[in-house]
Ligand binder design. Structure first.
Ligand code: NAD
Length: 525
Protein backbone atom coordinates (compact mmCIF):
# COMPACT_ATOMS: atom_id res chain seq x y z
CA UNK A 1 0.00 0.00 0.00
CA UNK A 2 1.70 3.13 -1.13
CA UNK A 3 0.78 6.76 -0.73
CA UNK A 4 3.13 9.60 -1.51
CA UNK A 5 2.02 12.89 -0.02
CA UNK A 6 4.98 15.18 -0.50
CA UNK A 7 8.36 15.55 -2.13
CA UNK A 8 10.69 18.13 -0.75
CA UNK A 9 14.04 19.44 -1.87
CA UNK A 10 17.14 18.77 0.23
CA UNK A 11 16.74 21.58 2.74
CA UNK A 12 16.64 22.11 6.48
CA UNK A 13 19.02 19.25 7.01
CA UNK A 14 19.92 19.81 10.62
CA UNK A 15 16.39 20.34 11.86
CA UNK A 16 15.04 17.23 10.25
CA UNK A 17 17.94 15.05 11.38
CA UNK A 18 16.63 11.88 9.77
CA UNK A 19 14.47 10.62 12.63
CA UNK A 20 11.53 9.12 10.70
CA UNK A 21 9.18 11.43 12.59
CA UNK A 22 5.49 10.62 12.37
CA UNK A 23 2.59 13.07 12.53
CA UNK A 24 -0.05 10.46 13.34
CA UNK A 25 -1.02 9.16 9.94
CA UNK A 26 2.25 9.53 8.04
CA UNK A 27 6.03 9.50 8.49
CA UNK A 28 8.90 11.05 6.59
CA UNK A 29 11.79 9.25 4.93
CA UNK A 30 15.06 11.18 4.88
CA UNK A 31 18.37 11.18 3.06
CA UNK A 32 20.96 10.20 5.68
CA UNK A 33 23.67 11.96 3.66
CA UNK A 34 22.20 15.43 4.31
CA UNK A 35 19.09 14.96 6.45
CA UNK A 36 16.70 16.29 3.83
CA UNK A 37 13.23 14.82 3.32
CA UNK A 38 12.63 12.45 0.41
CA UNK A 39 8.96 11.64 0.92
CA UNK A 40 6.14 11.41 3.36
CA UNK A 41 4.56 7.97 3.53
CA UNK A 42 1.06 7.19 4.75
CA UNK A 43 0.94 4.82 7.71
CA UNK A 44 -1.19 1.72 7.19
CA UNK A 45 -3.40 1.41 10.29
CA UNK A 46 -4.37 -2.05 11.61
CA UNK A 47 -7.64 -2.16 9.63
CA UNK A 48 -5.73 -1.51 6.40
CA UNK A 49 -3.16 -4.19 7.26
CA UNK A 50 -5.99 -6.66 7.84
CA UNK A 51 -7.46 -5.77 4.47
CA UNK A 52 -4.16 -6.25 2.64
CA UNK A 53 -3.61 -9.61 4.35
CA UNK A 54 -7.16 -10.71 3.47
CA UNK A 55 -6.68 -9.69 -0.17
CA UNK A 56 -3.44 -11.63 -0.70
CA UNK A 57 -4.89 -14.53 1.28
CA UNK A 58 -7.73 -14.74 -1.24
CA UNK A 59 -5.21 -15.05 -4.11
CA UNK A 60 -2.92 -17.55 -2.37
CA UNK A 61 -4.73 -20.82 -3.23
CA UNK A 62 -4.27 -20.12 -6.93
CA UNK A 63 -0.61 -19.21 -6.36
CA UNK A 64 -0.10 -22.52 -4.58
CA UNK A 65 -2.02 -24.37 -7.28
CA UNK A 66 0.17 -23.15 -10.19
CA UNK A 67 3.00 -25.18 -8.70
CA UNK A 68 6.76 -24.58 -8.64
CA UNK A 69 7.00 -24.15 -12.39
CA UNK A 70 4.27 -21.52 -12.48
CA UNK A 71 5.71 -19.59 -9.54
CA UNK A 72 9.19 -19.82 -11.03
CA UNK A 73 8.00 -18.08 -14.20
CA UNK A 74 6.84 -15.04 -12.19
CA UNK A 75 9.95 -14.89 -10.04
CA UNK A 76 12.18 -15.10 -13.09
CA UNK A 77 10.29 -12.15 -14.57
CA UNK A 78 11.02 -10.26 -11.35
CA UNK A 79 14.71 -11.26 -11.63
CA UNK A 80 14.86 -9.93 -15.18
CA UNK A 81 13.11 -6.72 -14.13
CA UNK A 82 15.76 -6.22 -11.42
CA UNK A 83 18.52 -6.84 -13.97
CA UNK A 84 17.02 -4.20 -16.26
CA UNK A 85 16.49 -1.62 -13.48
CA UNK A 86 19.47 -2.16 -11.21
CA UNK A 87 20.87 1.36 -11.63
CA UNK A 88 17.58 2.96 -10.58
CA UNK A 89 17.19 0.55 -7.67
CA UNK A 90 20.75 1.27 -6.50
CA UNK A 91 20.10 5.03 -6.78
CA UNK A 92 17.02 4.77 -4.61
CA UNK A 93 18.77 2.48 -2.16
CA UNK A 94 21.63 4.97 -1.76
CA UNK A 95 19.20 7.84 -1.33
CA UNK A 96 17.30 6.31 1.58
CA UNK A 97 20.19 4.51 3.32
CA UNK A 98 23.29 6.65 2.70
CA UNK A 99 25.19 3.55 1.51
CA UNK A 100 28.14 3.86 -0.82
CA UNK A 101 27.47 2.54 -4.33
CA UNK A 102 29.22 -0.80 -3.88
CA UNK A 103 27.23 -1.55 -0.71
CA UNK A 104 23.93 -0.52 -2.31
CA UNK A 105 24.61 -2.77 -5.30
CA UNK A 106 25.04 -5.81 -3.03
CA UNK A 107 21.31 -5.89 -2.38
CA UNK A 108 20.22 -6.48 -5.98
CA UNK A 109 23.08 -8.98 -6.45
CA UNK A 110 21.76 -10.98 -3.51
CA UNK A 111 18.17 -10.99 -4.83
CA UNK A 112 19.26 -12.13 -8.30
CA UNK A 113 21.23 -15.03 -6.86
CA UNK A 114 18.53 -15.88 -4.32
CA UNK A 115 15.75 -16.05 -6.94
CA UNK A 116 17.78 -18.55 -8.97
CA UNK A 117 18.85 -20.51 -5.89
CA UNK A 118 15.35 -20.94 -4.44
CA UNK A 119 13.74 -21.60 -7.81
CA UNK A 120 16.37 -24.29 -8.53
CA UNK A 121 16.56 -25.90 -5.09
CA UNK A 122 13.13 -25.12 -3.62
CA UNK A 123 11.33 -28.05 -5.26
CA UNK A 124 13.88 -30.53 -3.84
CA UNK A 125 13.83 -28.93 -0.37
CA UNK A 126 10.02 -29.20 -0.35
CA UNK A 127 9.63 -32.54 -2.12
CA UNK A 128 7.47 -35.15 -0.39
CA UNK A 129 9.57 -37.34 1.92
CA UNK A 130 8.89 -41.07 2.29
CA UNK A 131 9.21 -42.57 5.75
CA UNK A 132 9.52 -46.31 6.31
CA UNK A 133 7.39 -47.20 9.37
CA UNK A 134 9.78 -48.48 12.03
CA UNK A 135 7.15 -51.01 13.16
CA UNK A 136 7.20 -53.85 10.62
CA UNK A 137 3.49 -54.50 11.13
CA UNK A 138 2.73 -51.02 9.78
CA UNK A 139 4.73 -51.40 6.60
CA UNK A 140 1.56 -52.21 4.72
CA UNK A 141 1.05 -48.43 4.65
CA UNK A 142 2.97 -45.81 2.72
CA UNK A 143 4.02 -42.96 5.05
CA UNK A 144 5.07 -39.58 3.76
CA UNK A 145 5.72 -36.00 4.84
CA UNK A 146 4.20 -33.29 2.66
CA UNK A 147 5.36 -29.65 3.02
CA UNK A 148 2.47 -27.23 2.56
CA UNK A 149 2.85 -23.46 2.67
CA UNK A 150 1.45 -21.18 5.34
CA UNK A 151 -1.16 -19.20 3.40
CA UNK A 152 0.23 -15.75 4.33
CA UNK A 153 3.79 -15.08 5.48
CA UNK A 154 4.56 -11.70 7.05
CA UNK A 155 8.03 -10.18 7.11
CA UNK A 156 9.09 -7.33 9.39
CA UNK A 157 12.49 -5.95 8.44
CA UNK A 158 15.17 -3.49 9.62
CA UNK A 159 16.83 -0.54 7.87
CA UNK A 160 20.37 -1.80 7.29
CA UNK A 161 19.65 -4.04 4.26
CA UNK A 162 16.19 -2.96 3.08
CA UNK A 163 15.97 -5.60 0.32
CA UNK A 164 18.16 -8.49 1.48
CA UNK A 165 16.45 -8.69 4.86
CA UNK A 166 12.91 -8.31 3.50
CA UNK A 167 12.39 -9.72 0.02
CA UNK A 168 15.53 -11.84 0.54
CA UNK A 169 13.47 -13.88 3.01
CA UNK A 170 10.32 -13.35 0.97
CA UNK A 171 11.66 -15.17 -2.10
CA UNK A 172 11.67 -18.61 -0.45
CA UNK A 173 8.21 -17.83 0.96
CA UNK A 174 6.86 -17.05 -2.52
CA UNK A 175 8.61 -20.09 -4.03
CA UNK A 176 7.04 -22.27 -1.32
CA UNK A 177 3.58 -21.01 -2.32
CA UNK A 178 2.85 -18.47 0.43
CA UNK A 179 1.37 -15.06 -0.18
CA UNK A 180 3.64 -12.39 1.26
CA UNK A 181 3.20 -9.06 3.05
CA UNK A 182 6.29 -7.10 4.10
CA UNK A 183 6.52 -4.28 6.60
CA UNK A 184 9.84 -2.56 5.89
CA UNK A 185 11.60 -0.28 8.34
CA UNK A 186 10.06 3.18 8.51
CA UNK A 187 13.57 4.56 7.81
CA UNK A 188 13.98 2.74 4.49
CA UNK A 189 10.74 1.60 2.80
CA UNK A 190 11.22 3.14 -0.66
CA UNK A 191 13.29 0.62 -2.64
CA UNK A 192 11.08 -2.25 -1.53
CA UNK A 193 7.97 -0.23 -2.42
CA UNK A 194 9.38 0.22 -5.90
CA UNK A 195 9.84 -3.55 -6.26
CA UNK A 196 6.27 -4.21 -5.12
CA UNK A 197 5.04 -1.60 -7.59
CA UNK A 198 6.99 -3.33 -10.36
CA UNK A 199 5.55 -6.74 -9.37
CA UNK A 200 2.02 -5.39 -9.60
CA UNK A 201 2.14 -2.80 -12.37
CA UNK A 202 5.07 -3.61 -14.66
CA UNK A 203 4.83 -7.40 -14.42
CA UNK A 204 1.08 -7.74 -13.73
CA UNK A 205 1.97 -10.60 -11.40
CA UNK A 206 -0.56 -12.41 -9.17
CA UNK A 207 -1.84 -10.41 -6.21
CA UNK A 208 0.16 -12.33 -3.61
CA UNK A 209 2.86 -9.81 -2.69
CA UNK A 210 2.34 -6.47 -0.98
CA UNK A 211 3.88 -3.99 1.43
CA UNK A 212 2.42 -2.20 4.45
CA UNK A 213 4.04 0.84 6.02
CA UNK A 214 4.33 2.12 9.54
CA UNK A 215 5.94 1.44 12.87
CA UNK A 216 5.00 -0.72 15.87
CA UNK A 217 1.24 -0.61 15.43
CA UNK A 218 1.45 -1.64 11.77
CA UNK A 219 3.99 -4.37 12.60
CA UNK A 220 1.79 -5.66 15.42
CA UNK A 221 -1.22 -5.84 13.11
CA UNK A 222 0.83 -7.82 10.62
CA UNK A 223 1.74 -10.31 13.37
CA UNK A 224 -1.97 -10.62 14.20
CA UNK A 225 -3.02 -11.26 10.61
CA UNK A 226 -0.35 -13.58 9.19
CA UNK A 227 0.16 -17.31 9.60
CA UNK A 228 3.95 -17.07 9.94
CA UNK A 229 6.21 -14.14 10.83
CA UNK A 230 9.85 -13.64 9.88
CA UNK A 231 11.25 -10.81 11.97
CA UNK A 232 14.70 -9.27 11.58
CA UNK A 233 15.63 -6.46 13.92
CA UNK A 234 16.67 -5.69 17.47
CA UNK A 235 16.46 -8.06 20.41
CA UNK A 236 14.10 -5.60 22.15
CA UNK A 237 11.55 -5.55 19.32
CA UNK A 238 12.01 -9.27 18.70
CA UNK A 239 10.75 -9.98 22.22
CA UNK A 240 7.72 -7.72 21.66
CA UNK A 241 6.93 -9.55 18.41
CA UNK A 242 7.30 -12.93 20.11
CA UNK A 243 4.90 -11.91 22.88
CA UNK A 244 2.39 -10.58 20.34
CA UNK A 245 2.62 -13.78 18.30
CA UNK A 246 1.80 -15.78 21.43
CA UNK A 247 -1.73 -14.30 21.38
CA UNK A 248 -2.53 -16.01 18.10
CA UNK A 249 -0.02 -18.89 18.47
CA UNK A 250 1.62 -17.64 15.29
CA UNK A 251 4.96 -19.33 14.58
CA UNK A 252 7.88 -16.94 14.18
CA UNK A 253 11.52 -16.84 13.21
CA UNK A 254 13.67 -14.14 14.82
CA UNK A 255 16.97 -12.83 13.42
CA UNK A 256 18.26 -10.42 16.05
CA UNK A 257 21.39 -8.60 17.11
CA UNK A 258 24.98 -9.73 17.32
CA UNK A 259 28.37 -8.90 18.82
CA UNK A 260 30.49 -11.02 16.56
CA UNK A 261 34.08 -11.75 17.58
CA UNK A 262 37.13 -12.19 15.35
CA UNK A 263 40.05 -14.17 16.73
CA UNK A 264 43.58 -13.74 15.34
CA UNK A 265 46.20 -16.28 16.41
CA UNK A 266 49.95 -15.63 16.46
CA UNK A 267 50.58 -17.80 13.39
CA UNK A 268 47.86 -16.23 11.22
CA UNK A 269 48.51 -14.24 8.05
CA UNK A 270 48.41 -10.82 9.71
CA UNK A 271 48.03 -8.85 6.48
CA UNK A 272 44.96 -10.87 5.52
CA UNK A 273 43.53 -10.70 9.04
CA UNK A 274 43.95 -6.91 9.24
CA UNK A 275 42.39 -6.41 5.79
CA UNK A 276 39.53 -8.71 6.80
CA UNK A 277 38.94 -6.82 10.06
CA UNK A 278 38.71 -3.51 8.16
CA UNK A 279 36.31 -4.94 5.57
CA UNK A 280 34.24 -7.02 8.02
CA UNK A 281 34.01 -4.18 10.54
CA UNK A 282 33.26 -1.35 8.13
CA UNK A 283 31.28 -2.90 5.27
CA UNK A 284 27.93 -1.07 5.10
CA UNK A 285 29.44 1.43 7.57
CA UNK A 286 29.51 -1.34 10.17
CA UNK A 287 25.71 -1.56 10.18
CA UNK A 288 25.50 -5.32 9.80
CA UNK A 289 24.26 -7.79 12.37
CA UNK A 290 27.20 -10.07 11.44
CA UNK A 291 29.84 -7.29 11.44
CA UNK A 292 33.20 -7.84 13.05
CA UNK A 293 32.26 -6.10 16.32
CA UNK A 294 35.29 -7.13 18.44
CA UNK A 295 38.76 -8.43 17.64
CA UNK A 296 40.95 -10.58 19.92
CA UNK A 297 44.61 -10.80 18.89
CA UNK A 298 47.29 -12.99 20.48
CA UNK A 299 49.97 -11.00 22.22
CA UNK A 300 52.98 -11.69 19.92
CA UNK A 301 51.23 -10.20 16.86
CA UNK A 302 49.01 -7.61 18.55
CA UNK A 303 51.11 -4.51 17.76
CA UNK A 304 51.69 -5.58 14.16
CA UNK A 305 47.97 -6.29 13.65
CA UNK A 306 46.86 -3.00 15.19
CA UNK A 307 49.34 -0.97 13.10
CA UNK A 308 48.22 -2.66 9.87
CA UNK A 309 44.54 -2.27 10.70
CA UNK A 310 44.98 1.40 11.55
CA UNK A 311 46.86 2.05 8.28
CA UNK A 312 44.17 0.28 6.28
CA UNK A 313 41.29 2.16 7.93
CA UNK A 314 43.05 5.52 7.59
CA UNK A 315 43.26 4.93 3.83
CA UNK A 316 39.48 4.52 3.42
CA UNK A 317 37.32 7.18 1.81
CA UNK A 318 34.01 8.19 3.38
CA UNK A 319 31.33 10.07 1.51
CA UNK A 320 28.34 10.10 -0.82
CA UNK A 321 29.80 8.61 -3.99
CA UNK A 322 26.73 8.55 -6.27
CA UNK A 323 27.39 6.13 -9.11
CA UNK A 324 31.21 6.49 -9.00
CA UNK A 325 32.32 3.73 -6.58
CA UNK A 326 34.76 6.24 -5.12
CA UNK A 327 34.12 5.68 -1.41
CA UNK A 328 34.25 2.68 0.89
CA UNK A 329 32.33 4.03 3.89
CA UNK A 330 28.94 5.75 3.80
CA UNK A 331 26.61 7.57 6.17
CA UNK A 332 24.77 6.23 9.21
CA UNK A 333 21.27 5.23 8.17
CA UNK A 334 19.50 5.65 11.49
CA UNK A 335 20.27 8.61 13.80
CA UNK A 336 19.37 6.53 16.84
CA UNK A 337 22.21 4.21 15.93
CA UNK A 338 24.92 6.88 15.62
CA UNK A 339 24.03 8.10 19.11
CA UNK A 340 24.75 4.55 20.35
CA UNK A 341 28.05 4.48 18.43
CA UNK A 342 29.16 7.79 19.99
CA UNK A 343 28.20 6.55 23.44
CA UNK A 344 30.26 3.34 23.05
CA UNK A 345 33.35 5.17 21.78
CA UNK A 346 33.21 7.80 24.54
CA UNK A 347 32.72 5.09 27.18
CA UNK A 348 35.82 3.26 25.90
CA UNK A 349 37.84 6.47 25.77
CA UNK A 350 36.89 7.36 29.35
CA UNK A 351 37.89 3.89 30.55
CA UNK A 352 41.38 4.17 29.07
CA UNK A 353 41.17 2.74 25.54
CA UNK A 354 43.23 4.37 22.76
CA UNK A 355 41.20 5.71 19.81
CA UNK A 356 43.75 5.33 17.02
CA UNK A 357 41.72 6.78 14.19
CA UNK A 358 38.22 8.24 13.80
CA UNK A 359 36.18 8.35 16.96
CA UNK A 360 33.80 11.20 16.27
CA UNK A 361 30.69 12.25 14.42
CA UNK A 362 31.50 14.51 11.50
CA UNK A 363 30.41 18.11 11.83
CA UNK A 364 28.48 18.31 8.58
CA UNK A 365 24.88 17.89 7.40
CA UNK A 366 23.54 14.36 7.48
CA UNK A 367 24.72 11.63 9.75
CA UNK A 368 28.36 10.63 9.40
CA UNK A 369 30.47 8.75 11.91
CA UNK A 370 34.16 8.34 11.10
CA UNK A 371 35.64 4.86 10.56
CA UNK A 372 37.19 4.12 13.93
CA UNK A 373 39.83 1.79 15.37
CA UNK A 374 40.17 1.45 19.15
CA UNK A 375 43.05 -0.40 20.81
CA UNK A 376 43.58 -1.62 24.36
CA UNK A 377 39.92 -2.27 25.09
CA UNK A 378 38.56 -4.71 27.67
CA UNK A 379 35.25 -6.23 28.70
CA UNK A 380 34.42 -3.44 31.15
CA UNK A 381 33.64 -1.30 28.10
CA UNK A 382 30.30 -1.10 26.29
CA UNK A 383 32.05 -1.38 22.93
CA UNK A 384 33.04 -4.96 23.82
CA UNK A 385 29.72 -6.02 25.35
CA UNK A 386 26.79 -4.21 23.68
CA UNK A 387 25.94 -4.16 20.00
CA UNK A 388 27.58 -1.05 18.48
CA UNK A 389 26.26 -1.48 14.91
CA UNK A 390 28.51 1.20 13.46
CA UNK A 391 31.95 1.82 11.90
CA UNK A 392 33.98 0.93 14.98
CA UNK A 393 36.60 -1.83 15.34
CA UNK A 394 37.80 -2.41 18.91
CA UNK A 395 40.89 -4.62 19.33
CA UNK A 396 41.88 -6.44 22.52
CA UNK A 397 45.16 -8.20 23.33
CA UNK A 398 44.85 -11.80 24.60
CA UNK A 399 47.47 -14.18 26.05
CA UNK A 400 46.48 -17.26 24.06
CA UNK A 401 43.70 -19.05 22.17
CA UNK A 402 41.96 -20.17 25.35
CA UNK A 403 41.60 -16.61 26.54
CA UNK A 404 40.44 -15.53 23.07
CA UNK A 405 37.72 -18.20 23.01
CA UNK A 406 36.64 -17.38 26.57
CA UNK A 407 36.32 -13.70 25.66
CA UNK A 408 34.60 -14.45 22.35
CA UNK A 409 31.94 -16.44 24.21
CA UNK A 410 31.58 -13.86 26.99
CA UNK A 411 28.45 -12.32 25.46
CA UNK A 412 24.70 -12.79 25.50
CA UNK A 413 24.75 -12.89 21.69
CA UNK A 414 25.69 -15.77 19.39
CA UNK A 415 25.21 -14.76 15.79
CA UNK A 416 28.56 -15.29 14.05
CA UNK A 417 32.31 -15.06 14.27
CA UNK A 418 35.61 -15.34 12.41
CA UNK A 419 38.89 -17.10 13.17
CA UNK A 420 42.22 -16.24 11.55
CA UNK A 421 44.76 -18.98 12.24
CA UNK A 422 47.90 -20.43 10.69
CA UNK A 423 46.08 -23.29 8.97
CA UNK A 424 42.54 -24.39 8.23
CA UNK A 425 42.56 -27.31 10.70
CA UNK A 426 43.62 -25.33 13.75
CA UNK A 427 41.21 -22.57 12.69
CA UNK A 428 38.36 -25.06 12.52
CA UNK A 429 39.22 -26.43 15.96
CA UNK A 430 38.83 -22.90 17.35
CA UNK A 431 35.65 -22.26 15.31
CA UNK A 432 34.03 -25.33 16.88
CA UNK A 433 34.52 -23.79 20.33
CA UNK A 434 32.74 -20.54 19.49
CA UNK A 435 29.11 -20.32 20.59
CA UNK A 436 27.54 -18.86 17.46
CA UNK A 437 25.38 -19.87 14.52
CA UNK A 438 28.02 -19.32 11.84
CA UNK A 439 31.81 -19.00 11.87
CA UNK A 440 34.26 -18.43 8.99
CA UNK A 441 37.86 -19.64 9.15
CA UNK A 442 40.42 -17.29 7.57
CA UNK A 443 37.46 -15.50 6.03
CA UNK A 444 34.35 -13.47 6.88
CA UNK A 445 30.59 -13.72 7.29
CA UNK A 446 30.22 -12.43 3.73
CA UNK A 447 31.32 -15.83 2.47
CA UNK A 448 29.10 -17.81 4.83
CA UNK A 449 26.12 -15.61 3.95
CA UNK A 450 26.70 -16.16 0.24
CA UNK A 451 26.54 -19.95 0.53
CA UNK A 452 22.76 -20.04 0.45
CA UNK A 453 22.71 -23.77 1.21
CA UNK A 454 24.11 -23.02 4.69
CA UNK A 455 21.55 -22.21 7.40
CA UNK A 456 22.14 -18.85 9.10
CA UNK A 457 20.68 -18.20 12.52
CA UNK A 458 21.57 -16.88 15.92
CA UNK A 459 22.24 -18.70 19.16
CA UNK A 460 21.42 -17.26 22.57
CA UNK A 461 19.93 -13.73 22.32
CA UNK A 462 20.67 -13.53 18.59
CA UNK A 463 17.49 -15.26 17.59
CA UNK A 464 15.32 -18.27 17.03
CA UNK A 465 15.22 -20.13 13.73
CA UNK A 466 17.27 -19.91 10.55
CA UNK A 467 17.31 -18.41 7.09
CA UNK A 468 18.99 -20.14 4.11
CA UNK A 469 19.47 -23.89 3.68
CA UNK A 470 16.58 -26.36 3.53
CA UNK A 471 15.24 -24.93 6.78
CA UNK A 472 15.14 -21.46 5.17
CA UNK A 473 12.24 -22.53 2.93
CA UNK A 474 10.69 -25.30 5.04
CA UNK A 475 10.00 -22.81 7.81
CA UNK A 476 7.42 -21.20 5.52
CA UNK A 477 5.58 -24.54 5.38
CA UNK A 478 3.65 -26.78 7.73
CA UNK A 479 4.50 -30.41 7.41
CA UNK A 480 1.55 -32.71 6.89
CA UNK A 481 2.11 -36.41 7.58
CA UNK A 482 0.02 -38.69 5.41
CA UNK A 483 -0.29 -42.48 5.38
CA UNK A 484 -2.03 -44.36 2.59
CA UNK A 485 -2.67 -48.13 2.21
CA UNK A 486 -0.53 -50.20 -0.12
CA UNK A 487 -2.99 -53.12 -0.37
CA UNK A 488 -6.70 -53.93 -0.14
CA UNK A 489 -7.93 -53.42 3.37
CA UNK A 490 -9.94 -55.64 5.76
CA UNK A 491 -13.29 -54.45 7.12
CA UNK A 492 -11.77 -54.10 10.55
CA UNK A 493 -8.21 -53.74 11.88
CA UNK A 494 -7.04 -56.16 14.57
CA UNK A 495 -6.57 -53.33 17.12
CA UNK A 496 -10.02 -51.74 16.61
CA UNK A 497 -13.14 -52.36 18.72
CA UNK A 498 -14.42 -54.61 20.21
CA UNK A 499 -11.77 -55.47 22.82
CA UNK A 500 -11.49 -58.90 24.41
CA UNK A 501 -9.11 -60.47 26.91
CA UNK A 502 -7.79 -62.87 24.22
CA UNK A 503 -7.13 -60.08 21.71
CA UNK A 504 -5.42 -57.82 24.32
CA UNK A 505 -3.33 -60.77 25.52
CA UNK A 506 -2.14 -61.28 21.96
CA UNK A 507 -1.32 -57.57 21.64
CA UNK A 508 0.69 -57.70 24.83
CA UNK A 509 2.67 -60.75 23.66
CA UNK A 510 3.26 -59.03 20.33
CA UNK A 511 4.67 -55.88 21.96
CA UNK A 512 6.94 -58.04 24.09
CA UNK A 513 8.15 -59.93 21.04
CA UNK A 514 8.91 -56.69 19.20
CA UNK A 515 10.40 -54.59 21.99
CA UNK A 516 12.24 -56.96 24.35
CA UNK A 517 15.83 -57.85 23.53
CA UNK A 518 17.20 -61.43 23.56
CA UNK A 519 15.22 -64.42 22.32
CA UNK A 520 14.27 -65.77 25.77
CA UNK A 521 13.15 -62.34 26.90
CA UNK A 522 11.15 -61.77 23.72
CA UNK A 523 9.35 -65.11 24.23
CA UNK A 524 8.82 -64.37 27.94
CA UNK A 525 10.67 -67.49 29.18
P1 NAD B 1 14.11 -2.58 15.20
O1 NAD B 1 13.90 -3.75 16.08
O2 NAD B 1 14.04 -1.23 15.79
O3 NAD B 1 13.03 -2.57 14.01
C1 NAD B 1 12.87 -3.69 13.16
C2 NAD B 1 11.48 -3.64 12.54
O4 NAD B 1 10.52 -3.86 13.56
C3 NAD B 1 11.13 -2.31 11.90
O5 NAD B 1 10.44 -2.56 10.70
C4 NAD B 1 10.22 -1.68 12.92
O6 NAD B 1 9.31 -0.74 12.39
C5 NAD B 1 9.49 -2.89 13.45
N1 NAD B 1 8.85 -2.71 14.74
C6 NAD B 1 9.13 -1.80 15.70
N2 NAD B 1 8.31 -1.98 16.77
C7 NAD B 1 7.51 -3.02 16.47
C8 NAD B 1 6.45 -3.67 17.17
N3 NAD B 1 6.07 -3.29 18.38
N4 NAD B 1 5.84 -4.71 16.56
C9 NAD B 1 6.22 -5.12 15.33
N5 NAD B 1 7.21 -4.52 14.62
C10 NAD B 1 7.84 -3.48 15.18
O7 NAD B 1 15.50 -2.85 14.47
P2 NAD B 1 16.29 -1.86 13.50
O8 NAD B 1 16.82 -0.72 14.31
O9 NAD B 1 15.45 -1.56 12.31
O10 NAD B 1 17.49 -2.79 13.01
C11 NAD B 1 18.70 -2.90 13.73
C12 NAD B 1 18.74 -4.18 14.51
O11 NAD B 1 18.47 -5.28 13.65
C13 NAD B 1 20.09 -4.48 15.12
O12 NAD B 1 19.93 -4.97 16.42
C14 NAD B 1 20.65 -5.57 14.24
O13 NAD B 1 21.59 -6.42 14.84
C15 NAD B 1 19.42 -6.31 13.87
N6 NAD B 1 19.63 -7.08 12.65
C16 NAD B 1 19.69 -8.45 12.73
C17 NAD B 1 19.95 -9.21 11.60
C18 NAD B 1 20.03 -10.72 11.63
O14 NAD B 1 19.94 -11.33 10.58
N7 NAD B 1 20.21 -11.34 12.77
C19 NAD B 1 20.13 -8.56 10.39
C20 NAD B 1 20.09 -7.18 10.36
C21 NAD B 1 19.81 -6.44 11.49
Amino acid sequence: MESVTATEPATDAAAKANGAPADGDSFEVHRPTDGSTIRSITIDPPAEVAEVVARVRASQPEWEAIGFAGRRRWLERLRDWILDHQDELDDRMQEETGKVRADAALEAFYLLDAINFWCDRGPAFLADESVTPHVPLLRHRRAKIVHRPYPVAGIISPWNFPLILSLGDGIPALVAGCALVIKPSEFTPLTLMELVRAWKEDLGAPDVFDVVNGMGETGGALVDGCDFIQFTGSERTGKIVMKRAADTLTPISLELGGKDPMIVTADADIDRAANAAAFGGLLNTGQICLSVERVYVEEPVYDEFVAKLQKNVESLRQGADGRTYSAEVGAMTSPNQSAIVSDHVEDAREKGARVLTGGRRKDQPGDWYEPTVIADVDHSMKVMRDETFGPVIPVMKVRDTDEAVRMANDTSYGLGGAVFAGDAESGERIARRIEAGTVAVNDLFTTNYSVLGLPMGGWKSSGIGYRHGAVGIRKFCRSESITVPRFRQPKREFLWFPYSARQRGLVRRLYRLLNARGLRNRLGI
